[in-house]
Design a protein around this ligand. Structure first.
Ligand code: NAG
Ligand code: NAG
Ligand code: NAG
Ligand code: NAG
Ligand code: NAG
Ligand code: NAG
Ligand code: NAG
Ligand code: NAG
Ligand code: NAG
Ligand code: NAG
Ligand code: NAG
Ligand code: NAG
Length: 777
């Protein structure tokens, strides 16, 4: 205690640097816990952070101490600002049962006026120096239309969860455009290169170029840039090291007209996109122009955001195989890439998403990986082992041949919605990897494509980064639920439900069958074949006995009879909506199977009447699901807020310098982007339904009509037993195209039960009563 007081005294009197270091967490407390502005005292106990931070392999773990201070305060001291934030969350969770969440938001305001004293001083420390967050594509699947307010919540969530290494892609295009203009590209060249607001991630990866349905307005670029300035400043204020963009080498196709001797290749053929939208031009890093453009890029970026980080994200071959597999070529590429980065920033460290070594495993043989990584010194690179919980690559690559790497949980593709988790793999595996004496692991992190549900499975990994031994999931789930619903003790049903989920839904161990979040067959284009038993990243296989989920639902739901106040608890109603959603989605399967069996003329089970009946049962079920989701208070379960958030970016017209289209057209273009991403994904359905969602409004207006068409065509057809049905395929595609063109305010499909936000309790009770077969035991 004496020592601590001395430390506080010291901190109070020392440099500006320390004072600044606590400013971020103090501001966070003012934002989220204004009534406790003076209740917490923060101090940084060493000045180790400032210079050492940029030697990625030589950073100490984060440490914090929380104890009772004088005059009723709680004192938190730590060696880094992020450890202060994590230490604060320890107290908030453990003593106050409050936390901050995706979608539900910050519940820290629920903290009592009188803060409880601690029983004893608590000390904690991280087991890895770096905790990372984001996938390049999260910026499109989840954050495409985020406002500053959304970002503020996200960044506070990240700080309190101990993240100190976040990716920061927003606003990239502004710097890139300025570099391209400087190097002689025209506005027209640039416009033919940049992709729409919902598709920027894949343009940044060099998978796609150009924009369908309209050009990316300069307005968008400028307002995203303004947003990024705030994001980066806040990250730094909170004590994070942002991973900033760099010049990737992907340029407009006209480069050959400007630089006739430039060395470039047109590599990509991404999915089924036609060449005008893929076939992206890549300036070879050994061309001297690459280094010049890199220098210009980094200079402009540093001017814009300050000298706040030396870590740069740069992916040249993400789902884009190199032009040659020759080992010297591969080594040459990386050698010149890092030289160019160092030419722009002598302390530069290159961060690479390791996805390529898994997704293009056939190309990336061990010797090619070694050659490619071999062009860079070990201390100049960080690899994200992107999908560590299911498809780790660090073992086969011999710990990336010595490069430091981060153990990352991917878990969700395309922001798909399904209850799913691998609770053993995200607790046991990272600790095993860390204790492997030859591993060069330096961090843990999250690389989900979409930040969606199942938050407990992400929280547990971030908390695992502060525990030497695998967390006990039984203890963890109980405590998590108490904070989530801010109630201790909870009704038994809530504990029972989470414990059941933990051992089943969240304990998938059959990774070959399902290695990530499941989707429901109803989100896929209707077909008599090919929908069931899909394995891999978008599995449709239900990995647990569906009745077990119904039992968990029943426990969870009946807790609200014991404690009716739960209906006023936004976390409870959110989770109840989510679990009910999954129960109804699972109930679609038997109906579908019954329909297919009854509609197939070549089977004994053929019965036109049964098919007709089960056909309408399928769509009725989906309409019930839509009604439940529409009744949720949370925007997270609905289409309308997604579209509204896209359209909203057309209004605050911050810059009209190159405003080629009036505001209404712009809003329509943003809406088209928002709709296309979650449905056809591409002008012609190139990766249709990849980023499908189970949202109120979307089910009613998109999936239900598709299934109605399917039922009608299948019943009319005399032949379709193998899925081939050209009339249906055409009709489905035309319907999908038409839906893209609908606009906000026009019909979202037929209205059904007229559910409104706030009706959840009534709507669920009605649906349960109507469907004893689905919700019964
Ligand atoms: C970073 O730290 C490591 C471990 O102490 C050391 O081996 C390496 O030389 C340092 N790198 C730089 C660039 O200072
Ligand atoms: C203790 O708290 C009270 C009430 O907030 C305040 O008036 C007083 O100045 C504080 N004393 C010290 C020593 O901080
Ligand atoms: C603090 O002590 C009280 C009384 O023994 C106990 O009920 C409580 O669980 C303890 N809290 C923590 C966080 O250890
Ligand atoms: C790819 O782009 C290059 C450069 O614009 C062009 O020469 C080539 O024809 C394109 N490939 C295809 C298949 O269109
Ligand atoms: C890389 O390849 C280019 C083109 O073949 C060649 O001019 C250059 O010397 C090579 N650089 C290195 C470092 O191998
Ligand atoms: C995930 O954990 C299960 C045990 O729960 C284990 O069988 C499996 O090998 C692990 N998968 C990976 C990729 O480590
Ligand atoms: C330990 O790490 C090495 C690579 O550094 C890897 O080849 C080996 O498989 C790892 N061992 C285990 C048990 O994972
Ligand atoms: C997960 O399943 C595996 C294999 O059935 C089992 O050994 C393990 O105990 C389960 N873990 C949990 C948390 O239920
Ligand atoms: C899906 O898997 C189940 C269980 O293994 C099997 O009974 C069923 O025939 C499979 N269905 C299809 C359409 O492959
Ligand atoms: C508006 O856009 C122009 C052209 O890109 C740029 O020069 C200017 O700085 C922007 N103004 C604002 C306020 O963003
Ligand atoms: C199905 O057959 C009925 C009766 O012949 C016809 O009215 C309807 O248009 C057909 N529907 C489709 C989609 O072919
Ligand atoms: C159903 O799937 C099969 C196999 O993928 C495909 O050939 C067929 O065109 C699909 N049918 C429809 C109506 O889309």
């Amino acid at each position: 205690m004496k020592l601590l007081r001395a430390l506080f005294a010291l901190a109070a009197s020392t440099s500006l640097c320390s004072a600044q270091s606590t400013a971020g967490i103090e501001a966070l407390v003012r934002r989220r816990l204004p009534q406790h502005e003076n209740s917490f005292k923060f101090a940084i106990t060493s000045s180790s952070t400032s210079t050492a931070a940029f030697n990625i392999t030589d950073r100490p773990n984060d440490e914090y101490e929380v104890c009772n201070g004088g005059n009723g305060t709680i004192q938190i001291s730590a060696n880094t600002p992020i450890a202060l934030a994590y230490g604060l969350r320890y107290y908030l969770n453990t003593y106050l049962n409050v936390d901050i969440y995706w979608f539900i938001g910050s519940q820290l305001y629920l903290a009592p006026q009188e803060l409880p004293r601690m029983n004893s001083t608590y000390k904690g420390s991280s087991v890895v120096p770096w905790r990372y967050h984001f996938n390049t594509v999260t910026f499109s699947y989840t954050a495409a239309f985020w406002t500053w307010e959304d970002w503020e919540l996200q960044l506070d969530w990240m700080a309190l969860h101990g993240i100190n290494l976040p990716l920061a892609w927003v606003g990239y295009e502004k710097i890139l455009v300025d570099v391209l203009l400087e190097y002689g590209f025209t506005h027209e060249n640039i416009a033919s290169f940049l992709s729409g607001p919902a598709f920027q991630a894949w343009n940044r990866f060099g998978n796609i170029q150009g924009s369908w349905g309209g050009e990316l307005p300069m307005d968008w670029i400028n307002s995203q840039f303004a947003l990024q300035k705030k994001i980066v400043a806040r990250m730094v204020e909170l004590g994070m090291t942002p991973v900033l963009p760099s010049f990737t080498g992907f340029v407009p196709m006209q480069i050959g007209n400007i630089y006739s001797d430039a060395a470039f290749v047109n590599g990509s053929q991404w999915n089924d996109f036609q060449p005008r939208y893929t076939n992206v031009t890549f300036l070879e890093p050994f061309d001297p122009l690459f280094a010049k453009m890199q220098k210009s890029f980094i200079q402009k970026q540093t001017e814009a955001y300050g000298s706040v980080s030396h870590i740069y994200t740069l992916d040249q071959y993400n789902e884009n195989d190199p032009y040659s597999g020759d080992l010297d070529y591969l080594r040459n590429v990386t050698k010149n890439t890092i030289q160019a980065l160092k030419g722009a920033d002598p302390d530069a460290v290159w961060m690479l998403q390791g996805w390529l070594f898994y997704s293009a495993e056939d190309f990336w043989t061990d010797e090619r990986v070694e050659a490619y990584l071999g062009g860079v010194d070990d201390s100049d690179m960080i690899i994200l082992d992107l999908f560590s919980e299911s498809e780790p690559q660090w073992q086969r690559t011999n710990s990336y041949y010595g490069k430091p790497w981060i153990w990352c949980e991917l878990h969700d593709y395309g922001g798909n919605m399904g209850l799913y988790g691998q609770v053993e793999n995200v607790t046991i595996n990272p600790i095993e990897a860390l204790s492997n004496r030859t591993s060069t692991m330096i961090g843990m992190g999250l690389t989900m494509e979409g930040q969606e549900g199942n938050q407990i499975i992400y929280d547990i990994l971030l908390d695992q980064a502060w525990s030497q031994t695998p967390l006990d999931s039984e203890v963890y789930f109980r405590a998590w639920a108490e904070s989530r619903y801010h109630t201790k003790p909870l009704p038994q049903g809530v504990y029972a439900a989470w414990d059941t989920l933990r051992q089943t839904v969240y304990n998938n161990t059959d990774i070959p069958i399902a290695d990530a979040v499941t989707k429901s067959i109803f989100e896929l284009s209707p077909n008599t074949t090919g929908l069931l038993n899909v394995t891999g990243h978008h599995p449709t296989t239900i990995m647990y006995d569906p009745q077990i989920l119904v039992d968990a639902w029943s426990d969870f739901y009946s807790a609200s009879s014991d404690q009716p106040e739960l209906w006023d608890n936004s976390a409870y109603t959110f989770d109840l909506t989510d679990i009910t959603r999954q129960v109804l989605a699972n109930a679609f399967y038997p109906l579908y199977k019954a329909f297919v069996a009854a509609a197939n003329r070549s089977l004994d089970s053929y019965s036109h009447d049964t098919a007709l009946q089960t056909g309408s049962q399928m769509t009725d079920l989906l309409l019930d699901l839509d009604t439940v989701l529409s009744a949720s208070d949370s925007p997270h379960f609905n289409l309308a807020p997604w579209i509204a958030s896209a359209r909203a970016w057309a209004s605050p017209s911050t810059n009209t310098t190159r405003n080629t289209s009036p505001t209404a057209d712009k809003a329509d273009f943003y809406e088209y982007n928002a709709r296309d991403q979650i449905t056809l994904w591409g002008p012609d359905g190139e990766i249709s339904d990849y980023a499908s969602k189970q949202w109120g409004g979307l089910i009613r207006s998109y999936y239900v009509p598709r299934w109605r068409m399917f039922v009608e065509y299948t019943l009319n057809s005399t032949t379709a037993v193998d899925g081939e049905n050209e009339g249906l395929s055409d009709a489905l595609f035309r319907f999908g195209e038409g839906w893209q063109q609908e606009r906000w305010g026009e019909s979202f499909g037929e209205s059904y039960a007229e559910a409104m936000p706030g009706d959840l309790q009534r709507v669920i009770a009605e649906v349960v009563e109507r469907r004893p077969g689905v919700f019964g035991s």
